[in-house]
Design a binder for this molecule. Structure first.
Ligand SMILES: [Zn+2]
Length: 169
């Protein structure tokens, strides 16, 4: 893929006058879509950086990551290593941000969490899942694992555009 190094994209100002939900700038969502489309038909993943303020979760940057799984399993498994997380935490700290979640793609599958996702997920994090159909991003939804780890619940993903706030799935 030529994308072996973590790469930080974007650094957006906070907008704190919103109710509790997860917010992402349209341009960052476009960056995620471009990244997962480029990796198709393999899964790809990255970290979501930002801040939580009064219950509002704001994604202000993403960090793309190389897929750490062995090649034969890459089409249906992503894995973010502890080294990736450490690197992500360092980069986030430098910018006064936190890691607030993970994004990954489901090539030719719906943007619902899989059993594998639930097994590896951590409570509190936001999990953005993008369905990629025939190489094109076909919708992103955000999920959070319940504290008892029994299931994912969908959370509202608010896509921030220049003109106005838009709700998308
Ligand atoms: Zn998944």
């Amino acid at each position: 893929m030529g994308d072996r190094q973590p790469r930080l994209i974007g650094h957006w100002p906070l907008n704190t006058d919103m109710p509790s939900k997860t917010q992402i700038p349209q341009t960052l969502l476009d960056d995620i879509h471009a990244h997962v489309e480029a990796a198709y038909p393999e899964e790809s993943a990255g970290l979501l950086l930002g801040r939580t303020d009064n219950g509002l979760r704001v994604i202000t940057a993403i960090m793309t990551l190389p897929n750490a799984r062995e090649k034969s399993a890459r089409h249906n498994r992503y894995l973010i290593t502890s080294r990736d997380m450490l690197h992500g935490e360092r980069e986030a700290m430098k910018r006064g941000l936190d890691i607030i979640g993970v994004f990954h793609s489901h090539p030719d599958h719906p943007n619902h969490p899989s059993a594998f996702d639930r097994e590896w997920a951590m409570p509190w994090f936001s999990y953005l899942i993008t369905s990629v159909q025939n190489g094109r991003a076909a919708g992103t939804r955000s999920w959070r694992l319940t504290d008892d780890r029994s299931k994912f619940e969908e959370e509202e993903l608010q896509v921030e555009t220049n003109k106005r706030n838009e709700m998308r799935r």
